[in-house]
Design a protein around this ligand. Structure first.
Ligand SMILES: *Cc1c(COP(=O)(O)O)cnc(C)c1O
Length: 386
């Protein structure tokens, strides 16, 4: 008998671990895993070093997060979105947004319940739902454009569905949900009486004048929505694992109960530093998004000139391509061959679907990398695919 419980067997290997290992084995340029290869602001690093040396946070910080960081998260939500939060009851600091996602699922659903999500989904969502004992339902985004089909969402929901797990800006496709799309989704949420877990970790990485709209700001949705943020993504410190959940006190209170029995607390000195980072001035955030946009343009232009079909990335670290113009019909085959053939790693979209047919020809590329790394990847692709 294998020791792993049956409900987790489908989640045994993370595609990011597998592909990063393959990248290391083959000496490939890794455009698979989404982490920036340039660290976040020096002032934020200095703040973490200072906190360690000054003895702030080296012992267990408060269980729901350092008050200074909870205040900083509340201030951030007010400053960028006009959301008013009581930091004492409506903010919970987590070990990365990952823990916020899993703790929220463990708090809100169990065996017999369903969680609905658009596909492709972030792999942690399906695994987190499996941990909770609930079941997930997927609603494929429209192939190619990756826009949500809200009628299909409505039709997929059953009386056992409790939660919509939403993600905008969207990993892996790079789309940003529009206000009209979110309004249509909100109407379904109201009609079906759901809670919403809104993963907004890419909130500061939006391009071309697209707007990140927090789901809780839609009429009636603040009472139903827990939102997730991440210092990993917003401050380019993915190794620090500091995130947060915000929302109404009853929902955040439930999340806190589950979360405190997971990691109990997370990195004290990092919490001090992230509190400083979230207060960085406006030009920092503008330049952060502008830098990512330049990287997006660099990779997009390169991939287009190699013949890939590219769906414009509106936000996140990622751009999605269709590999069919290159003579492949399967992104998984393409991505398995690519490290050996070209020395480049990318992620096949189909692993983020229950129905692999839905994402079969699509591949995700991460562009949160230095120019020379993107250029090297494009050079290698050019030589191998010529
Ligand atoms: C990276 C990521 C997370 C996890 O964030 P951490 O703060 O690193 O735990 C959650 N959701 C999405 C969509 C992500 O891309």
């Amino acid at each position: 008998m294998p020791p792993l419980v049956p409900r987790m067997r489908a989640h045994a290997a993370s595609v990011f671990g597998v592909m990063s290992m393959l990248a290391a084995e083959t000496g490939s340029v890794n455009l698979g895993q989404g982490f920036p290869d340039t660290d976040g602001p020096q002032s934020v690093k200095d703040a973490a070093s200072r906190a360690i040396q000054d003895g702030r946070g080296n012992q267990y910080p408060p269980v729901h997060g350092l008050p200074e960081l909870r205040r900083a998260v509340a201030d951030h939500q007010r400053r960028f979105y006009g959301i008013d939060l009581d930091w004492t009851t409506q903010v919970c600091i987590t070990t990365g947004a990952s823990e916020a996602v899993v703790a929220s699922l463990l708090a809100l659903v169990e065996d017999g319940d369903e969680v609905v999500m658009f596909a492709p989904w972030f792999d942690l969502y399906a695994a987190g739902v499996a941990l909770s004992g609930a079941r997930h339902l997927e609603v494929p985004l429209t192939p190619g454009t990756f826009r949500p089909d809200v009628d299909r969402l409505r039709d997929t929901i059953t009386p056992r569905t409790r939660v919509l797990l939403l993600n905008t800006p969207h990993n892996p496709t790079g789309i940003v949900f529009t206000r009209a799309e979110l309004e249509a989704i909100a109407a379904v949420v109201e009609e079906k009486d759901l809670w919403v877990l809104s993963d907004e970790v890419y909130e500061h990485i939006v391009f071309d004048g697209h707007e990140h709209i927090p789901f809780s700001t839609l009429p009636g949705m603040d009472e139903r929505t827990v939102a997730f943020g991440s210092a990993g993504k917003s401050l380019s410190m993915t190794g620090w694992k500091v995130g947060w959940a915000t929302g109404p006190a009853d929902l955040v209170g439930a999340v806190r109960v589950a979360r405190q029995h997971m990691s109990f607390v997370s990195g004290g000195p990092f919490q001090w530093a992230v509190a400083e980072g979230l207060a960085l001035p406006d030009d920092h955030w503008t330049e952060f998004a502008a830098g990512m946009q330049r990287s997006r343009d660099r990779l997009t232009t390169g991939l287009e000139s190699l013949g890939f079909g590219v769906t414009a990335s509106e936000g996140t670290y990622y751009v999605t391509t269709d590999v069919r113009p290159l003579g492949y019909d399967d992104g998984l085959t393409f991505c398995r061959e690519l490290p050996h053939r070209a020395g480049v790693v990318a992620i096949p979209q189909q692993v983020f679907h229950d129905d692999p047919d839905a994402g079969r020809p699509y591949v995700r590329w991460a562009f949160c990398k230095r120019d020379e790394v993107l250029d090297e990847a494009l050079d290698r692709l050019g030589r191998a695919l010529a």
